[in-house]
Design a protein around this ligand. Structure first.
Ligand code: PLP
Length: 352
């Protein structure tokens, strides 16, 4: 048997909750009122695995999917239903044109240069209008005199910069979108990401584009009790140690034992996206939900946890990081987006 056919089981896993993902999409679709919810699955569906998320959400009834670039579109192409649409949010560079002509996805045209580039193709596209975020998108002024005849525009969209906050920027952007959107002859209009859906009916238009909340992110109180956790990072125990009072743990000795107690060393570290912000603040649980605090600094590939509450744990047992995104965000100082997109490729991802 050649070496690479001998299985080496992973030492970190991502448990991904199938029912929670589809329930979150259904909830966001329902909260979108008469608009239909799509799904942002860029960046490998925020780290969960874009193919698996696409397949599950298509089964649930989702039809509009958003990726960042054409490499991502190509990866999904074999799995896209006839009735589904893929939009490429980062638009169309000159060097994307050969692949884009295969018709697998539609570009979101983000500048007048991209509009002119796409014109001669006559193929479907979306158009992004800048309503005040100053990231991607066409300025309203540029659309005024433009002759859109010959274009097949599906979604005319814009993107909210601060939908997770109660700020006048939201209504400013809504007003800007309402005045510029009619200048571009699309079939549908779209403004809201996950947090925008919670801003109410005025923000819904024809379709919404949730990403983070599909995967368990809750950036507004309206989402707190309706969105379920989807991602559960798990690590195997490599070693059990028994600390004596005064023993120090990890780099720079950021933990010193004040009593004798057992600890476990986990096969997970900041290279797995469990960043050093969790040092002395993160929490794991065993299968009985006993809480096991992170002790000292998170290393690249290793973490120490206190197992006083679960002294039965042995080498090779598995524990699960507490990873409710708002809580983990405040513990670590990472955004809810960074917490899931950064999880990396050492995990064996499995759906339950
Ligand atoms: C990423 C993205 C979304 C999804 O945003 P969330 O905050 O993750 O819901 C929607 N629209 C655009 C243009 C995006 O870039």
């Amino acid at each position: 048997m050649s070496d690479n056919r001998i299985e080496i089981p992973a030492t970190v896993k991502l448990r991904l909750d199938d029912n929670a993902l589809t329930a979150n999409w259904r909830k966001l679709d329902e909260m979108s009122g008469s608009a239909t919810a799509g799904a942002a699955i860029k960046a490998d569906a925020y780290g969960l695995g874009a193919v698996e998320v696409l397949q599950r959400l298509q089964t649930a009834g989702c039809k509009d999917f958003y990726v960042a670039n054409w490499q991502e579109a190509r990866e999904l192409a074999p799995y896209v239903d006839q009735s589904s649409n893929i939009s490429v949010l980062n638009g169309i560079r000159a060097e994307d044109m050969p692949y884009a002509m295969t018709g697998v996805a539609k570009p979101v045209l983000n500048s007048m240069e991209q509009v002119r580039r796409w014109r001669e193709t006559g193929r479907p596209c979306d158009v992004m209008i800048d309503s005040g975020m100053n990231r991607l998108g066409i300025a309203a002024a540029d659309t005024k005199q433009f002759d859109w005849s010959g274009f097949d525009i599906d979604i005319v969209m814009s993107h909210l910069a601060s939908a997770d906050e109660d700020t006048t920027q939201n209504s400013d952007q809504l007003d800007q979108f309402l005045s510029s959107m009619p200048l571009v002859p699309g079939k549908r209009a779209s403004l809201s990401n996950s947090a925008g859906i919670a801003l109410g009916q005025a923000y819904h238009f024809d379709c919404t584009r949730p990403g983070l909340s599909l995967y368990g992110g809750k950036q507004r109180s309206e989402l707190a009790n309706v969105i379920q956790q989807v991602v559960f990072p798990q690590a195997q125990i490599l070693q059990i140690r028994n600390l004596r009072t005064g023993d120090r743990v990890g780099y720079n000795a950021k933990y010193t034992a004040k009593r004798d107690h057992p600890i476990a060393i986990l096969a997970m570290g900041y290279a797995d996206g469990y960043l050093r912000g969790f040092s002395n603040t993160g929490m794991f649980v065993d299968d009985d939900q006993n809480e096991l605090a992170v002790l000292g600094r998170v290393s690249m590939d290793l973490i120490a946890i206190d197992i006083t509450a679960a002294p039965h744990l042995k080498e090779s047992a598995w524990v699960t990081a507490k990873y409710d995104l708002p809580i983990a965000s405040s513990q670590s100082g990472l955004s809810q987006y960074e917490l899931i997109t950064g999880l990396g490729n050492r995990y064996a991802r499995y759906w339950v």
